[in-house]
Design a protein around this ligand. Structure first.
Ligand code: NAD
Length: 525
């Protein structure tokens, strides 16, 4: 299938995009927390676009010595940043939001080209960054605690929140910039400084963000160590997890990674915020509006080529509508426009790399060996427009929930159709019957079914939607999931509290010293 890269009004080539974003030097020398290390004796990593396989750049990987330097720069910057009033910190974040508006198009394109998601989603990711900046600006004027009445006369009691220090952010390839901004903009208004270790698969978008932020810091005569970037592999992430100078590590990625980070941070009694894998399901009851549901299912299952933590992986369908739903999906799937992510006609881009393609194929083999039936898709696409070898046809498989392959998250576009009978509680049991607990959804116009799904015996996930699919969360709500998803919450609502330490203060404005609980402790003199 021939794909043309059209609708690129600003730029025609990725070099232009990089230049627009200020990335002239891909291996920059360390300078006050801006990026990592010098040029000598470093491992470099070639970055290939999953879209066409072309080498975009090669970047230096940080060493443990670089890490030390970044941490000490961040520690230094924290001393002044924590003393800056929160609304003034918010003003800096407001300016970052403005800069992101300015750079939305080239940054969205770079996200699309480096990660492989379609341009619409690349732009959407940058919009999400802008949204969280706006949210954080408002938040900077409402970092509040409670006041409580004291049991002692003429005493006052209240609690307040203070900055933590360095927040380590480890991010995944699939949301190369949005997840970082969720953490960073909140942490920044809370008075923390951030050290970001992006996925080694998507360092260019991280570099671009750092350049954008740098403009704001320079304009405000602020030290660069407030927002730090260190590009490295798992080893750098591991250093951060074990480092007592990093009181909070926010890690997004696979459950396998989260268990290692959680264990290391827990062993030193630090705080971790874990955003890990999902195995998300949509329940379709007999009372579902199928027109609406089908759009949500397809977007959820094949959007971002199945590489969202909230991608729809399981479809739990009532037996009375099962055949109808299957038939409808089998009409849509063969015609999905698969191709270059920057083409305006594409809805499904490539997988991130060859390993992901292999994992997709292996999962399909395994589930069939367990008894599943492959109904459509599963091929790796070849030929013109697919030279990178990362393009696959999204698959639909009839399966049982208890199959080990269905129980796992395969980060690829595989949708498992699972039949249920009887009432909605049976569907909910299947939906909850996996180790992960990120996102879930029900399509039904029956109040009894939707309320059961939302009740405390309903969905066990961090996100439970009614007549909306599993993917595409807004920044205003707290985002995250339970069980193997890690239990963390970030983004909206009161997620900011995790970036601060809580302190309870009691003030005595009497001339007595009464003790709590009426305890008497008189010193005889
Ligand atoms: P990954 O686990 O391979 O890597 C994620 C990050 O962790 C990378 O920066 C990597 O270098 C780092 N890392 C790996 N091992 C580490 C270790 N031992 N110590 C410290 N850091 C380490 O994940 P990925 O392939 O980049 O992303 C896909 C996964 O991320 C999927 O499971 C997806 O569901 C999950 N994800 C979850 C959310 C969420 O909010 N719940 C959001 C996006 C992605």
């Amino acid at each position: 299938m021939k794909q043309t890269i059209d609708q690129l009004p600003l730029t025609k080539t990725i070099e232009d995009v990089l230049q627009q974003l200020g990335i002239k030097d891909l291996n920059p020398t360390y300078s006050t927390g801006l990026v990592w290390g010098g040029k000598e004796n470093r491992n470099t990593k070639a970055i290939h676009s999953p879209a066409d396989g072309n080498k975009i750049a090669s970047v230096n990987m940080a060493t443990p010595e670089d890490y030390e330097q970044v941490i000490s720069t961040a520690q230094e910057a924290f001393k002044s940043w924590r003393k800056t009033p929160a609304p003034k910190r918010g003003e800096v974040v407001r300016q970052i939001g403005d800069k992101l508006r300015e750079y939305k198009e080239p940054l969205g394109k770079l996200v699309s080209y480096e990660m492989g998601k379609i341009l619409q989603e690349g732009l959407g990711e940058v919009q999400e960054m802008i949204d969280i900046c706006d949210f954080a600006v408002g938040l900077s004027r409402q970092l509040h605690g409670y006041t409580m009445h004291s049991e002692r006369p003429q005493h006052r009691m209240y609690e307040q929140y203070h900055p933590l220090g360095i927040v380590g952010v480890i991010s995944a390839f699939n949301f190369p910039v949005a997840v970082w901004s969720w953490n960073t903009m909140l942490a920044a208004v809370c008075g923390d400084v951030v050290v970001w270790k992006p996925s080694e698969k998507t360092p260019l978008t991280a570099l671009a963000c750092q350049h954008i932020i740098r403009e704001v810091l320079v304009n405000n005569e602020l030290p660069e160590g407030i927002f730090n970037l260190i590009i490295g592999d798992a080893e750098i992430g591991s250093l951060m997890s074990h480092d007592g100078r990093v009181p909070l590590v926010s890690a997004t990625g696979s459950t396998r990674m989260g268990k290692k980070v959680g264990e290391a941070v827990g062993a030193r009694l630090g705080k971790s915020l874990l955003e890990l894998g999902g195995n998300n399901a949509i329940i379709l009851t007999e009372n579902a509006d199928l027109e609406m549901a089908l759009r949500a299912i397809v977007f959820g299952a094949v959007g971002t080529c199945g590489q969202r933590c909230t991608s729809t992986r399981r479809l739990i369908i009532h037996e009375n509508i099962y055949e109808q739903v299957k038939e409808r999906l089998l009409k849509v799937y063969p015609n999905l426009p698969i191709g270059h992510p920057l083409s305006s006609t594409t809805l499904v881009g490539p997988l991130i790399d060859k390993e992901a393609v292999k994992a997709f194929q292996q999962a399909l083999e395994r589930v069939q060996a367990e008894g599943g039936t492959l109904l459509t898709g599963g091929e790796v696409l070849e030929g013109e427009g697919f030279e990178s070898g990362n393009y696959v046809k999204p698959a639909i498989v009839e399966a049982k929930n208890e199959y080990e392959t269905v129980q796992e998250e395969t980060f690829a576009p595989i949708l498992y159709l699972i039949k249920y009978s009887g009432d909605v509680e049976n569907a909910i049991e299947l939906q909850n019957g996996v180790r992960q607990g990120l996102s879930s959804a029900i399509f039904s116009s029956n109040l009894l079914e939707t309320e059961a799904f939302l009740s405390h015996w309903g969905s066990d996930c961090g996100i439970a939607n009614v007549n909306i699919g599993t993917s595409g969360a807004e920044i205003g709500g707290a985002f995250g999931g339970e069980k193997d998803t890690g239990g963390g919450r970030e983004s909206g609502s009161d997620a900011w509290r995790v970036y601060m330490r809580r302190q309870t203060n009691t003030i005595n404005y009497s001339r007595e010293l009464p003790l709590a609980q009426g305890i008497r402790f008189d010193i005889m003199d």
